[in-house]
Design a binder for this molecule. Sequence first.
Ligand SMILES: C[S@@+](CC[C@H](N)C(=O)[O-])C[C@H]1O[C@@H](n2cnc3c(N)ncnc32)[C@H](O)[C@@H]1O
Length: 192
Amino acid sequence: MFREEVKQAMLAHPHWIERGTELAMHAYNIFSQHKSVSGNLLDIGCANGRDAAFFSSKGLKVRGIDINRDAINEAHRKYKNIKFVVGNAEFIPFEDNYFDFVYCTNTIMWTDENKSVPEIFRVLKSQGMFFLHIDTQVDNLDTNEVEHKILKETIMNLLGEVILTSEATLERIDPVPFKHSHIILELTGFKK
Ligand SMILES: C[S@@+](CC[C@H](N)C(=O)[O-])C[C@H]1O[C@@H](n2cnc3c(N)ncnc32)[C@H](O)[C@@H]1O
């Protein structure tokens, strides 16, 4: 589990809102290689709505959820045509088999994956596609402490029956709120 002090430090310095839409564009390209990209998309941990707005610009009917009310208020202010909801990835406030696409980046580590990953599977339609960008390990480089760790096998077991269409392991170092590194597992696939 991601340490509470680390969560609080991150929330005080939400550096991810400075990023662009590259990851959303990348997910959209992968989706397009496998099916026509239309219907409902859920962005879990949508923060200020930047990626949700990108998917909406592509004609998808987008919903964004985030546990942080301030982030959701900002998303509402910026993108009035998208429905954003304060919500917890561990209890996703949508019915079973509702979404054609689920997109979740840099967020599962903030949750209890034993609850959030099955929830993603639950709200995704059969034949629906997911893009999960999962920080499998986060290290505080100043203290050499591992702040979070999760194995791919754990995620796959929790996801249920899926067909993986692509996967990649990536690394990133972020300087704030302290120097930390991410080892990221990027999974894209279909629910059977
Ligand atoms: C590191 S940010 C990533 C934001 C965005 N997905 C991105 O990649 O730029 C993690 C986000 O997850 C949200 N979050 C944390 N715990 C959550 C939970 N249990 N359910 C939904 N969102 C959560 C945080 O409020 C924050 O906006």
